[in-house]
Design a protein around this ligand. Structure first.
Ligand code: G3I
Length: 357
């Protein structure tokens, strides 16, 4: 802890020097130290709990945990973060790279950290069309074999990581509300979702089982398809406890129906969570963009605060230093509430205000 305090003081000093003497940024405006920094002294996880939520959390990944002590120290502060999600460590390509050969090393590191810090774990994810090893995606397995392979994967991984919340099925839909084409859907058909959830329940009766997707955060055909699926699962007695709203948003484009959509989902008898929140902007940052981002974070968090069965909010990395966004969307970034120097941005004030609303 002492090392962290000294280190963060040093980082803060560096950031102050950088911000105080920074030259104006190129582009449509300037970024000043005053507008750039958060002013709130409240703590995000403490604020989430005070709002009746289970947690405010962050995704994390092993390379950063292993190599960046400042990153790890901030993530380990459970007044800031009450929950961790593994960005990649529990996915199929990481956990079963060869058939029947399971590697839990990276995921175990994250679970051990969460346990040491008293943080809740969300497992992410067991059945998804992406990040599959080729022995699954290109196997040509027949229906019965792939069912057995999938059930074994789900039950082994969730059996290893007991006591978690789990994104069992990830991104099952296309944006038009039809089921996405992936090896499970193409080989097994829509019942792959039933079978995955049933295998998860059998592996850990105490785990909270979620289906997680994007572009379901506002009213529309994809959200309706998710509601119809969950309703159908419940009517047939297939285990389902929650819907994850990923929430990878574009600045200024938070769905106005976010709270209404959360309420529509929870009316089905499941909980919801904001599972992968980030709000990306076209670079470079300006004071105006940071102010809009603050408003956007506040609106997302206050929607969750207002819905009793929205259990928590997770950002998909807390710092811009390790965001997935710039490598995926050219020219965009700065999507997270801490900047690349671990300074809290105005977005952090938005989070605190959202939990206080
Ligand atoms: O592990 C390899 C490494 O061996 C190799 O040297 C390196 C070279 O690029 O790639 C590494 O794999 C990368 C992996 O992250 C682990 O770092 C992949 O290239 C990279 O594509 C992968 O990106 C992840 C992405 O999912 C893959 O779909 C992001 O980190 C992760 O944030 C992102 O998370 C997804 C959620 O799971 C589902 N919802 C959307 C979200 C954002 O795309």
């Amino acid at each position: 802890m002492k090392a962290f305090v000294v280190h963060s003081t040093f980082v803060s000093l560096l950031a102050w020097i950088t911000l105080t003497f920074a030259l104006p940024q190129a582009g449509s405006g300037t970024v000043t130290a005053k507008a750039r920094a958060a002013t709130s002294t409240a703590r995000s996880n403490t604020a989430a709990k005070a709002a009746g939520k289970l947690y405010f959390g962050s995704a994390t990944d092993n390379p950063f945990l292993d190599e960046d002590a400042t990153y790890k120290a901030i993530l380990s502060d459970n007044t800031l973060f009450g929950q961790l999600s593994p960005e990649n460590a529990m996915k199929w390509d990481a956990t079963e790279p060869e058939q029947g050969v399971f590697t839990f090393t990276n995921g175990d590191v994250i679970v051990a950290l969460a346990q040491a810090n008293g943080q809740i774990m969300r497992g992410h994810n067991t059945v998804w069309g992406s990040q599959l090893p080729s022995w699954v995606s290109d196997s040509g397995f027949d229906n019965a074999t792939l069912i057995s392979v999938m059930q074994n994967h789900v039950s082994t991984v969730i059996g290893h990581y007991k006591g978690q919340i789990w994104d069992v099925v990830n991104e099952p839909f296309n944006d038009d509300g039809t089921l996405a084409s992936n090896v499970f859907f193409e080989t097994i058909g829509p019942t792959y979702i039933d079978l995955a959830l049933q295998a998860a329940r059998a592996a850990d009766p105490d785990a909270k089982l979620y289906i997680n997707d994007f572009n379901i955060e506002g009213e529309g055909v994809k959200a309706t398809a998710m509601a119809n699926l969950v309703s159908d699962l419940k009517s047939r007695g297939i285990p389902i406890d929650g819907i994850g709203l990923e929430s990878h948003f574009i600045l200024g484009e938070i769905p106005t129906t976010l709270q209404a959509q959360m309420e529509a989902f929870t009316a089905l008898g499941v909980e919801v969570a904001v599972t992968e929140l980030d709000i990306r902007m076209t670079l470079p940052e300006t004071d105006a963009l940071l102010a809009q981002q603050q408003t956007d974070f506040q609106n997302v968090v206050s929607a969750c605060t207002a819905v009793a069965d929205c259990v928590g909010v997770t950002v998909w990395e807390y710092t811009d230093k390790y965001s997935w966004v710039p490598s995926t969307f050219a020219g965009q970034g700065d999507a997270d509430p801490w900047d690349e120097n671990f300074e809290m941005k105005p977005a952090y004030d938005g989070i605190i205000a959202g939990f206080s609303s």
